[in-house]
Design a protein around this ligand. Structure first.
Ligand code: HEC
Length: 119
């Protein structure tokens, strides 16, 4: 059941619109309360998100992840990030990320295009 649901969420990610990185940067302010990025980023309330594209879930060393995230086996890419941002608790049931999710397709696309630039 869960596999099916996840597959559906991932498939939904494939039709994402083209994103605007500037708009994404502005939207990222919602994430920045918990997530740091940039040269001095470190784990705080949430893990730092530098180089998040291509990163394995729960792989930064200075952050204590939930068991759910450690066991998720996800690699963050366009599809998995889009699905997680839409519905964190559906994609990683038991995640400690207290975030209700972003339903707006354009906002997800904008955020992803900004996050792609995070090295
Ligand atoms: C209220 C705090 C909070 C907010 C707001 C928040 N997050 Fe998170 N985020 C977390 C926590 C805590 C975790 C660790 C989850 C776990 O271990 O289950 C996390 C994990 C993640 C991960 C997985 C990182 C990894 O190393 O595997 C990504 C990606 C992520 N968040 C992206 C975002 C984005 C993008 C936003 C804004 C749209 C956002 N988060 C908003 C707290 C937050």
């Amino acid at each position: 059941m869960r596999t099916f649901f996840l597959a559906a969420l991932l498939a939904a990610g494939q039709v994402a619109a083209a994103g605007d990185p500037k708009a994404g940067e502005a939207l990222f302010k919602r994430c920045a309360a918990c997530h740091q990025v940039g040269p001095y980023a470190q784990g705080g309330f949430g893990p730092q998100l530098n180089g998040i594209f291509g990163r394995r879930a729960a792989s930064t060393k200075d952050y204590k992840y939930s068991e759910a995230m450690k066991k998720s086996g996800l690699v963050w890419d366009e599809k998995t990030l889009a699905a997680y941002l839409r519905a964190p608790h559906d994609v990683v049931p038991g995640t400690s990320m207290r975030f209700w999710g972003i339903k707006d397709e354009q906002q997800v696309a904008d955020l992803l295009s900004y996050m792609r630039s995070l090295r």
